[in-house]
Design a protein around this ligand. Structure first.
Ligand SMILES: NC(=O)c1ccc[n+]([C@@H]2O[C@H](COP(=O)([O-])OP(=O)(O)OC[C@H]3O[C@@H](n4cnc5c(N)ncnc54)[C@H](O)[C@@H]3O)[C@@H](O)[C@H]2O)c1
Length: 257
């Protein structure tokens, strides 16, 4: 018999989520609160972070404006969680960025910025959070289908998201003894502002993506949020660590022309 009822979901969990001012992060913050948890949002867009936190309701969410690469801002959000709720249980490294161009056109500076946000920040934030997870916890790193396969002219994004998957496995094997599970989620093409902007800028052909996807459509932010909530869940996912959960409508399973 499990000690907690499965229906308890994320009740009582104190979750730090980065980039929850918009998109997948905001949908995830909403889903975590609906499952009984509380969320602390770190987003460089202070207005958006505040809007998400306000919509979630007093006592359910707090927010700090800051970039994930700024450890002073990370310290501020962890301190705010300590003051408000007595600490942190779980972390979702969601904030991400991209910079697309052929390998031969990219400067080191452009590589560095993507790697700083998508990889170095999750490394640093995870370590800071893990040290504070006094009663164990869970980390979910938001990777991508492009951390599993290479996409043309997407070097920094693909390399950073692939490294994030290996970081997840490292965290899983080294921190299991601390009672910390670490998993990655790899979304495919998800409907939302970021995808619309990329498609509109000629980054890909939306109709071709849907044809290439066995389920024939984009995913939704809520579908990714549901996957993240599963991985966070201390009962449903109690024995799941070092895993990469694909939420991509079958995109990676498809290997034909
Ligand atoms: N949208 C997709 O189709 C898709 C697919 C696969 C993976 N992902 C990954 O999911 C995550 C979320 O993507 P999204 O589409 O929801 O993005 P989004 O652009 O809709 O929202 C990102 C949020 O993160 C914040 N943010 C961005 N950079 C930040 C930084 N350096 N510091 C603090 N906050 C920052 C933004 O202000 C914004 O509120 C990213 O890691 C992305 O790579 C997205």
């Amino acid at each position: 018999m499990p000690k907690r009822r499965i229906a308890d979901g994320l009740s009582g969990r104190r979750v730090l989520i980065t980039g929850a001012g918009a998109g997948i992060g905001a949908a995830t913050a909403c889903a975590i609160v609906a499952a009984g948890g509380r969320v602390a949002i770190l987003d460089r867009d202070g207005k958006a972070a505040k809007a998400t936190a306000t919509a979630l309701g007093k006592g359910k969410a707090l927010h700090v404006a800051g970039d994930v690469t700024d450890m002073e801002a990370v310290g501020r959000v962890l301190a705010a969680m300590e003051r408000a709720w007595g600490g942190i249980d779980d972390l979702v490294n969601n904030a991400g960025t991209w910079d697309h161009d052929p390998l031969l056109d990219l400067t080191m500076e452009r590589w560095r910025r993507v790697l700083e946000v998508n990889l170095m920040a999750p490394i640093a934030i995870s370590a800071a959070a893990a040290r504070r997870m006094a009663r164990g916890g869970s980390i979910v790193n938001v990777s991508s289908v492009l951390g599993q396969v290479a996409g043309p002219e997407r070097g920094p994004y693909c390399v950073s998201k692939a490294a994030l998957i290996m970081l997840t496995k490292m965290q899983a094997i080294e921190w299991a003894a601390r009672g910390i599970r670490a998993n990655a989620i790899a979304p495919g093409y998800i409907a939302g502002t970021a995808t619309d902007k990329l498609a509109a800028g000629g980054g890909f052909d939306a109709a071709a993506v849907c044809r290439r996807t066995p389920m024939g459509r984009y995913g939704s932010e809520d579908e990714v949020a549901a996957g993240i909530c599963f991985l966070l869940d201390p009962v449903r996912a109690a024995y799941v660590t070092g895993h990469v959960l694909e939420v991509n409508g079958g995109w990676t399973a498809y290997g034909f022309v």
